[in-house]
Design a protein around this ligand. Structure first.
Ligand SMILES: Cc1ncc(COP(=O)(O)O)c(C=O)c1O
Length: 436
């Protein structure tokens, strides 16, 4: 695969973006898709993608995480094509693929006794909120500073919080209901005392604790084993529903999600993104007694609906993605290349005397421009964001697409090769020398 370098031009992207801004607010359909230099795309395959000016990039963005096998994986594409030969949607009763999808989730994910399918991660986390409140009769939720669980009012708080607002409520958008903000309590990640104190201040009021199994929305900050085990014990002691949001980690880090690595089983799990390699599919799974409270079951008191839930295209893509992972070779490849990328970038930075801590797990890597330790979002306030963005932007200019925003994670897919990662390291060395 050839790639282009500093001779790149972006005029066609600029023209399309100008056209887009006339009819799409800001020219993009999701807030985090807006780039300082607008980009429009026409092709993606394997580990590569090409913009409308013909510039080809090695893709570490992975569409924010779904692309785990590589773009347009032949098995996934064929499964989708086969699915739409049969039917588009009927929207009543069930299809065999929906059953197979739930069976696969139950087979692989430790916490999954039953599963329900949606299209997006936000729907799954919203339903987890509603179910937790419905079964406990309590209103309050706990989430952690630095985690993201989707765009709805209940959890869109305290993600990339500015230093001066740490310790306070930091709602993510205008128009959020005051009640929603009031009822979501923010704790420090990897800090059980903060959780204990919050529960003690609100006895009998906490319905659920939401944990991004690894907070990947700030790159990669790993939970300690003691923290996750402690959360499990606290939830058991207080009758609180423990929810692992594995929308990013699910299937990307293993068929059983990150919970399988931790050996800690939540009550409910939400998964999306890498479950279907780029097609819309999301799942909430968990304990049978809880899941049976959804109104899809007779007598279930927690309403659940959605015209596109369990859509044949998403279900077919998910089944093909899961099938491609089942012999273990995909994850072996992802973990080996991820480790190579992390240790390679770290040793380049060390050699050049650049202050850097490369975070990551499995296929994910995030070079932070700071010294460790990094235990929680608050530590990342020390990140040199300007150098972070300058590094990423310079990599993009050299044909290596690392999302040019501070703290964002890079993803390796099964289509990335050792040669791709080696080339990335060579270019990173040149870029870092220049930046230094
Ligand atoms: C951990 C986590 N949960 C939930 C969501 C929401 O998923 P979606 O964008 O599919 O609604 C995201 C999206 O980035 C996420 O990273």
């Amino acid at each position: 695969m050839t790639f282009q370098n500093s001779a790149m031009t972006f005029q066609n992207s600029a023209d399309l973006y100008a056209r887009a801004t006339r009819v799409i607010p800001g020219g993009v359909n999701s807030a985090t898709r807006r780039l300082a230099r607008p980009m429009a795309w026409e092709w993606a395959e394997g580990a590569y993608m090409r913009d409308v000016d013909g510039n080809t990039f090695l893709d570490y963005h992975a569409a924010f995480g779904p692309i785990v096998l590589g773009h347009r994986h032949p098995g996934v594409t064929a499964a989708v094509a086969e699915a739409i030969e049969g039917l588009d949607m009927v929207g009543v009763g069930v299809t065999e693929r929906e059953i197979q999808l739930a069976e696969k989730v139950v087979e692989h994910v430790p916490s999954a006794e039953m599963a329900l399918a949606f299209s997006t991660g936000s729907e799954a986390t919203y339903m987890a909120v509603r179910l937790a409140r419905g079964v406990t009769g309590r209103t309050k939720l706990i989430k952690f500073q630095g985690t993201f669980h989707g765009w709805h009012d209940y959890l869109l708080m305290n993600v990339i919080t500015p230093a001066e607002k740490i310790g306070q409520k930091d709602p993510g958008c205008a128009g959020q209901l005051a009640d929603a903000v009031e009822n979501t309590l923010i704790c420090r990640f990897n800090d059980l005392d903060s959780v204990e104190r919050t529960i003690a201040a609100h006895p009998g009021e906490i319905a659920a604790i939401f944990l991004e199994a690894i907070p990947h929305n700030i790159g990669c900050v790993l939970p300690t084993q003691a923290f996750v085990e402690g959360l499990r014990q606290i939830c058991d002691a207080h009758g609180i529903i423990l929810v692992f949001d594995e929308v990013i980690t699910g299937f990307r880090h293993g068929l059983g999600g990150y919970q399988a690595k931790l050996g800690v089983t939540p009550d409910l799990t939400t998964m999306a993104k890498a479950i279907a390699n780029g097609y819309p599919c999301a799942v909430i799974a968990g304990r049978r007694d809880l899941m049976m409270q959804f109104s899809t079951a007779p007598g279930g008191k927690v309403f659940v609906g959605g015209t596109y839930n369990g859509h044949p295209v998403g279900a077919a893509a998910a089944l093909a993605t899961i099938a491609a992972m089942e012999d273990g070779s995909v994850h072996r490849h992802l973990f080996a290349l991820g480790e190579h990328a992390r240790s390679g970038i770290q040793s380049i930075a060390d050699r050049l005397g650049i202050r850097m801590t490369v975070g990551g797990y499995g296929s994910v890597f995030t070079p932070y421009f700071m010294d460790g330790p990094i235990d929680r979002y608050e530590d990342l306030l020390r990140n040199d964001n300007a150098s972070d963005v300058a590094f990423r932007s310079a990599m993009v200019d050299q044909g290596i697409f690392m999302l040019p925003m501070a703290l964002k994670r890079n993803h390796i897919s099964a289509a990335h090769t050792l040669a791709d990662v080696e080339r990335t390291l060579d270019i990173a060395e040149t870029v870092l020398k220049t930046l230094r």
